[in-house]
Design a binder for this molecule. Structure first.
Ligand SMILES: NC(=O)c1ccc[n+]([C@@H]2O[C@H](COP(=O)([O-])OP(=O)(O)OC[C@H]3O[C@@H](n4cnc5c(N)ncnc54)[C@H](OP(=O)(O)O)[C@@H]3O)[C@@H](O)[C@H]2O)c1
Length: 317
């Protein structure tokens, strides 16, 4: 594993981080989840990303992670970076989602309880709230850090203008924004327009979520939708109708380019993101230990020739 500095902070993150959005809920196999976490940590993945609502049911990924932390990983807490978030719907009534101080701080307390932790390393505002002043949302992140319940503050799904404003407010509060978590992959490239430049200017790290486009950027959908895949599951966020002929045609071409590099498509997709020094880490999900091992193989070839990059660009532009 290599560890990249997160923006202009003192914190380094592994080039590959593991997210627990899918595959770690009560609907999933606990022993597999445990094995995935051990394999990841043994391979140098020190960063584990959660959110209040991960499951299903919501909260169950944090509960399962908490169990594994307590049973198995507690002794290594100081070697781990654990993040959680609040922003999406978590409980009934007017205080169970978005960006109020009331919701964010209550949610963080609930997350700590579920994970049986004293603190998280990073606490995120999971999405911007159009109806709450940014100052209020950011002051809640600042308080989370000042109270010792989080060590750093982060944002996710904020656009470039919101990011600049957030960064200013947090800097003034004395809790600089550590990291931004946007969706970014060979198939979803909005961050390249201006977000990455903003992050570099502001000294904020970037951790790219769904770097495999939820599994589309692997060879698994080339011959249809496999039974056990995310697109086939009722609770999977990848819908069947997102596996289109147009996407699969691109995936097939990318798969051929990956083969020529001696890599799997998943490995090429992750390496392609990591070639940009503004990307601190790629935040993968995995359902099996084998998928994780495939993704870890990315580290064996991170370099691209100009010709390879041009060929990839022709496919995805
Ligand atoms: N901030 C946000 O709003 C936000 C939103 C989404 C995600 N996230 C974060 O990003 C993390 C990752 O998101 P993601 O799960 O969508 O990431 P992803 O890496 O794009 O997709 C992961 C899925 O792809 C498939 N896969 C992974 N490696 C594979 C391989 N080598 N070969 C074949 N298939 C493979 C598996 O799906 P199958 O089940 O089909 O095998 C796996 O569950 C989440 O856990 C979460 O922490 C954040």
């Amino acid at each position: 594993m290599i560890y990249n500095r997160c923006g202009r902070s003192g914190l380094k993150l592994p080039a590959i981080s593991l997210g627990l959005w899918h595959n770690f809920g009560h609907v999933d196999d606990f022993e597999t989840a445990r094995k995935i976490l051990f394999t990841a940590f043994d391979a140098g993945i020190t960063h584990f990303d959660l959110a209040n609502n991960y499951g299903p049911p919501p909260g169950s990924a944090e509960e399962n992670f908490g169990k594994i932390m307590k049973q198995d990983l507690k002794a290594w807490r100081d070697e781990m970076i654990i993040s959680t978030k609040a922003g999406y719907l978590m409980w009934d009534g007017p205080y169970g989602e978005w960006g109020s101080r009331k919701y964010l701080l209550a949610s963080l307390d609930q997350s700590l309880k579920r994970m049986q932790l004293d603190y998280v390393d990073i606490f995120y505002s999971h999405r911007p709230d159009p109806d709450t002043p940014l100052e209020e949302t950011m002051s809640a992140l600042d308080q989370a850090v000042r109270s010792g319940k989080a060590l750093y503050a982060g944002i996710s799904n904020y656009n470039p203008d919101q990011t600049i404003e957030t960064s200013r407010i947090l800097r003034e509060l004395g809790t600089p924004c550590l990291i931004h978590q946007p969706k970014y992959s060979l198939l979803v490239r909005w961050v390249e327009k201006s977000l990455l430049d903003v992050l570099e200017n502001e000294g904020i790290g970037c951790i790219a979520f769904s770097p495999l486009a939820q599994g589309l950027l692997t060879d698994k959908y080339i011959k249809g939708i496999p039974k056990d895949s995310r697109a086939a599951k009722p609770h999977g966020f990848l819908r069947r109708d997102e596996v289109t002929a147009e996407v699969i045609s691109k995936v097939k071409k990318l798969n051929e380019l990956a083969k020529k590099r001696g890599q799997s498509l998943a490995q090429m997709a992750l390496a392609w993101l990591l070639k940009d020094p503004r990307v601190t880490s790629v935040l993968i999900g995995t359902r099996t230990v084998e998928q994780l091992q495939d993704n870890l193989g990315t580290m064996e070839n991170l370099d691209f020739t100009t010709e390879e990059l041009e060929k990839i660009e022709m496919v995805i532009k």
